[in-house]
Design a protein around this ligand. Sequence first.
Ligand code: NAD
Ligand code: UFG
Length: 348
Amino acid sequence: MGKSVLVTGGAGYIGSHTVLQLLLGGYETVVVDNLDNASEIAVSRVKQLAGDFGRNLNFHQFDLRDKPALEKLFSETKFDAVIHFAGLKAVGESVAKPLLYYDNNLTGTIVLLEVMGAHGCKNLVFSSSATVYGWPKKVPCTEDFPLQAVNPYGRTKLFIEEICRDIHRADPEWKIVLLRYFNPVGAHPSGEIGEDPRGIPNNLMPFVQQVAVGRRPALTVYGTDYSTKDGTGVRDYIHVIDLADGHIAALRKLDDPKIGCDFFNLGTGKGTSVFEMVAAFEKASGKKIPIVTAGRRPGDAEIVYASTEKAERELNWKAKYGIDEMCRDQWNWASKNPYGYVAPDSTN
Ligand code: NAD
Ligand code: UFG
């Protein structure tokens, strides 16, 4: 039988794609998600996409802060490792509601770590973020850059990284891989699963996608006066399938007895501007994306992209896809599911 992995937040955007790759890789996979920002339909589509491997997927709907529910799950199943995606992720909302973020992200993680430790499961892969580099002074971002949080969301990532380093220091049996994602975009090539944000999207590509399907009239481009190739912000966009595969590489890394608590960037190492990304999406979709230009979005960095050397060298992982494939697959998902997993209603 394959190894058994608990995936928290596995119904969400990155989680659902990772669960599919896990199933296809022969892992027994258990998802815990409270469905606060996800649909159970994503889980059933993953099951279908996995074919025969779909029978190795089990789903439980509860909140990670529900310690008795988590205790029960761990007493029924022996997990070899946990991949911990569950968390809230909207930067603006975290500024407005910091306690919501500290409670959900920090308490959820502490409860998880307590229950894991009590059941002798001390192998963890955690979803960190390039946000822990704050506004990097230079690029590419290497893992040894100073860490800095610039909003409550970012602070939850930084605190959880520090908590992980502390528990490993206190008990070296813990093996932990912290993955610092850059900008995940795209969808599974089948178009069956993808990103389905609730409300007005905060991030560039979900917004572009909603303009393309006619749900929003135009994209607002925040800032055209940056010192970049065309004046717009530059980011390291990474195909969600490459990102998902990065988690499989991280799980393999947990078999390395010397791993300790280590951290890796998951990006492509390439910087792409907002205008370049929009042009690539227009090409992939054949749709014109109307644009309105506006001032810089408060808190935004100018240029952020990853150094990928450490992940390539030590995880033996490298992103395979470029922005054309990211846009092609995102459009395939969007055109098949213009309203995401659920039919339009008054909230959309
Ligand atoms: P997502 O919102 O689609 O997925 C997160 C999932 O966690 C959701 O399904 C949500 O319902 C669930 N969840 C949240 N709080 C929970 C709780 N207390 N108990 C149980 N389930 C809970 O987000 P995503 O884009 O898939 O991101 C996954 C992880 O990666 C998050 O931790 C996020 O901070 C991190 N990350 C995302 C990005 C990005 O741009 N998407 C970048 C860097 C890091
Ligand atoms: N942008 C627009 N219009 C929009 C949305 C975004 O012009 O409607 C621009 C931004 O100004 C930025 C670029 O598109 O230049 C990318 O913006 P995103 O919001 O998609 O991504 P960010 O890099 O700003 O933020 C993301 C995550 C954060 C995380 C950060 C670093 O949303 O949670 O990466 O990892 F903290």
